[in-house]
Design a protein around this ligand. Structure first.
Ligand code: GAP
Length: 481
């Protein structure tokens, strides 16, 4: 059974900070709400996830190419995409604290509370009522539900609520000097539009034929009102999106195809299938005719990590209309012009990072042979994602052992990320590498000088074996890619 575990979630947040994965942004000024920085091992882990995604899209599919579009786009983009008019969330204000909340977050928090009290069925029925009211745009009904549940503001503790209203989530800024001719532009709330407006540029220059895809990784910005739960919901985050352009009428089969492909990608990385499920959207976004979330059982419950959306020709058609430029494709097989339909796969890189930590974070305790208790915190990160693949540890700082270790480091570092450490006892060094999720540690000792062998230690089992120094590079390379 999957249960929520708030303690584990808090432990992950502390661990991420203590071991250089994630820091609160501008921490010396007490941080900035829902904005985070990635430290040395966090940025390495994030890069590895990004690479896995990028390669799975572009290298592994003949018909998918990548782009890297700008964050700023012409303001009409967001009019055409529907974000100016529709990209808003229903919010409610507490009249006493003056705090504003997304109604779904308030109700979800209440459902979490009920679930923790063992009232799982009541929690599920509350969420079902919310989804129904939201899909009907019944904001008066939502307010009644909040009142009926007795949901109070976490700050004031009162239930003195305003009516439910819609607030746009886009950040805006000024282009050029702040003068009369300055125009308001937005920080993109999704990377997808950079793909849509470049659809013809890419199709022509890369000589793509429908069906084909365009992939992109980049920052997106949303003024999340209730931004909480660490890097799960941020104001500045990174998306990995792919738009797959198809013939109109084929969207159902491609939608099923990408649902399967994406789930297979997650499981193929080494994550547990039992922690994943699909969740169909009850309320569709303004652009979609079908949409599903891939959810993961985080320590804070089942949550969305990725969305697969059948976006019809909504975006290209609107860009064609607003720009006055034809965004059509000539299908030589059909001898026909059309605006392609689109299946989108959209995953948050930061959320995938949190998923990785949630899967990996493990506290272990055991009794040693001498009867004493021992324990460790280990990050069981899938080896291909681990920030450091191999730690190279000379047993002592003398007798020529560091020289052998440095030589091994030189021969391996072009192939994968290695880390050299000669301080502290070997036991402490192993524990530190466990906490960083390093799958292999190699210890160079006096025997290494005599027979050219080393001890290799496996992170998850803590077993050690003696292997030829000359075999280390190939072995680690093979098992971490
Ligand atoms: N282009 C479609 C789109 O943006 P979305 O469901 O709004 O769809 C896609 O977002 C993914 O982006 C989500 O599944 C999630 O992983 C990530 N995401 C969205 N908002 C986020 C936020 N505030 N913080 C972190 N990740 C977020």
């Amino acid at each position: 059974m999957i249960t929520t575990d708030t303690n584990k979630f808090q432990a992950i947040i502390s661990h991420a900070k203590e071991y250089g994965f994630v820091f609160p942004s501008s921490e010396i000024y007490d941080g900035l709400s829902a904005v985070y920085d990635y430290g040395p091992w966090g940025s390495e882990l994030k890069k590895n996830i990004r690479e896995q995604w990028w390669n799975s899209m572009t290298r592994m599919h003949d018909n998918i190419v990548g782009i890297d579009a700008a964050i700023f786009m012409h303001p009409t983009t967001w009019k055409a995409s529907g974000h100016v008019d529709n990209f808003s969330d229903p919010m409610i204000d507490n009249k006493d604290s003056k705090k504003r909340y997304r109604v779904d977050h308030l109700i979800e928090a209440q459902a979490d509370k009920l679930a923790k009290e063992g009232k799982t069925e009541t929690a599920e029925s509350l969420l079902a009522s919310m989804e129904k009211l939201l899909s009907d745009n019944d904001y008066a009904g939502i307010k009644s539900l909040i009142e009926k549940e007795g949901i109070a503001c976490p700050v004031s503790g009162t239930s003195n609520w305003t009516d439910v209203r819609q607030f746009n989530l886009m950040f805006s800024t000024q282009l050029g000097s702040v003068s009369d001719d300055a125009s308001e532009i937005y920080l993109r709330p999704e990377t997808a539009q950079g793909i849509f407006v470049n659809f013809l540029n890419v199709q022509k220059t890369a000589r793509m034929k429908v069906p084909f895809g365009i992939a992109q990784v980049g920052k997106a910005f949303r003024n999340e009102i209730v931004a909480r739960q660490f890097i799960f919901r941020m104001r500045e985050f990174e998306q990995m999106e792919m738009q797959f352009f198809i013939r109109p009428g084929t969207q159902k089969e491609w939608y099923e195809y990408w649902k399967k492909e994406r789930m297979d990608w997650h499981i193929g990385l080494g994550f547990d299938a039992a922690h994943y499920r699909f969740h169909d959207h009850a309320k569709l976004a303004h652009y979609a005719d079908a949409a599903v979330d891939i959810e993961y059982a985080f320590p804070i419950g089942w949550k969305e990590v990725e969305g697969i959306h059948s976006r019809t020709d909504f975006d290209l058609r609107n860009h064609q209309q607003f720009s006055g430029k034809k965004l059509q494709y000539f299908d030589t097989e059909l001898n026909q012009n059309y605006i392609p339909y689109v299946i989108e796969t959209s995953i948050g890189l930061d959320r995938m990072f949190l998923l990785t930590l949630s899967h990996a974070y493990t506290e272990e305790k055991w009794t040693k042979e001498d009867g004493k208790e021992d324990s460790r915190v280990v990050l069981k990160i899938p080896p291909k994602l681990a920030p450091i693949k191999l730690a190279i540890l000379p047993l002592v700082k003398k007798d020529g052992l560091p020289e052998i270790a440095r030589e091994l480091m030189r021969s391996c570092r072009e192939d994968f990320y290695c880390f050299y450490e000669e301080k502290d006892t070997i036991g402490k060094r192993y524990r530190r590498m466990d906490a960083l999720g390093t799958p292999y540690c190699v210890t160079i000792d006096h025997q290494s000088k005599e027979d050219g062998t080393v001890t290799i230690r496996h992170r998850d089992s803590m077993t050690q074996e003696r292997v030829a120094l000359s075999s280390v590079r190939e072995m680690v390379s093979r098992s971490t890619r």
